[in-house]
Design a protein around this ligand. Structure first.
Ligand code: ADP
Ligand code: MG
Length: 324
């Protein structure tokens, strides 16, 4: 089959009838009409092969994840995602690969009512970059800066499974094939907690999505809010695979995955304790296992109590994309 030109590629895989935008793919810029009374939330996230994903990853999952990590940023702001732009550098234009990528991307976009309104396409080392645009009622966005001493700290689901899948690849931890399948799913098909973020507008004092690991991301909330935190290790939700590893000979590696593993995309948020029953009800309504993992404190330190109530001596640090 003849190689696709840049414009054939865009038309074939990324141009779809315009729905919610005034003008979508095909012109020099898209035209968007924001809803009355809303602020625009906008964010960009880049995924680089070899750094953020394995080069040989299944393209449909990559399409899903490329958008999911951006939806997660909207969720963390309490924003409703509406539009996206997709910039991609591709080593070659392979139809099968592109069709699978687009399938994964648009399935998730459609599930969230998000419209792809533009992008940029070039040849180059595999890199994908999505700009996401969402809306949030004026003044209601969730920020990192609102946590208050005494607030409860919550996470929206089990942590560390994506990192377990990566640790299995690097042979730091060995998973059974069933465990590997479920951890790979966490790594490749993360769920963005958009509905939760929207509902937390009226409840949470601060929020962040866990893309780089709990200790680092909670650390960002602490810095922005000028507070400390005390977390109970035993209260952090985890899978059976994680629980087994925490009790086994590779506890240290498992702890790193649980506390500092990236790519979870659960939300971490704070809320006044008088809201705890409301948060629990919200979790039941949305079918999410929301768990209270600790308390916001005065000061600036992060303390983690282990299962026996002793302070964890070494707190694993978060993933640093700039590390060599
Ligand atoms: P320009 O030369 O003005 O930058 P391009 O020729 O790069 O425009 O792109 C043509 C149209 O296709 C534009 O509307 C652009 O937003 C859109 N587009 C390009 N690449 C993508 C992509 N990967 N996904 C969606 N839209 C894209
Ligand atoms: Mg261009």
């Amino acid at each position: 089959m003849a190689a696709l030109t840049e414009f054939e590629l865009i038309d074939r895989f990324f141009r779809r009838p315009c729905r919610s935008a005034v003008l979508g793919v095909g012109d020099d810029a898209a035209l968007l009409r924001p809803s009355l009374g809303c602020e625009i939330a906008v964010s960009v996230d880049m995924l680089v092969a070899g750094r953020h994903f394995f080069e040989d990853v299944d393209p449909e999952s990559l399409g899903h994840k490329t958008l999911a990590v951006n939806l997660s940023d909207m969720a963390a702001m309490g924003a409703t995602p509406r539009w996206a732009l997709l910039a991609g550098a591709l080593p070659q234009a392979r139809s099968e690969w592109l069709a699978a990528f687009a399938r994964g991307f648009f399935a998730l976009a459609d599930a969230h009512g998000v419209e792809l309104v533009g992008g940029d396409t070039t040849r180059g080392p595999l890199t994908l970059c999505v700009t996401i645009i969402g809306e949030v009622p004026q003044g209601q966005a969730l920020r990192r800066s609102g946590a208050k001493p005494g607030d409860a700290i919550w996470v929206s689901g089990p942590l560390g499974d994506a990192a377990l899948a990566v640790a299995h690849r690097s042979r730091d931890i060995e998973l059974t094939s069933a465990e590997l399948a479920s951890c790979e799913r966490a790594l490749q098909r993360p769920n963005a907690r958009v509905a939760l973020g929207e509902r937390l507008r009226a409840v949470a004092t601060a929020a962040i999505d866990l893309s780089d690991g709990l200790t680092g991301d909670l650390g960002h909330v602490m810095e922005e809010s000028h507070v400390g935190a005390r977390v109970r290790l035993a209260a952090i939700p985890r899978s059976a695979a994680m629980e087994t590893r925490l009790r086994g000979p590779h506890r240290e590696a498992a702890l790193r995955c649980l506390l500092a593993g990236g790519d979870d995309y659960e939300l971490c948020f704070t809320a006044p304790t008088k809201r705890s029953a409301q948060v629990e009800a919200l979790g039941r309504e949305l079918g999410l296992g929301l768990a209270c993992i600790g308390t916001v404190t005065e000061g600036s330190t992060l303390l983690i109590d282990d299962e026996t109530g002793h302070r964890l001596a070494r707190v694993p640090r978060a993933f640093d994309h700039f590390a060599q």
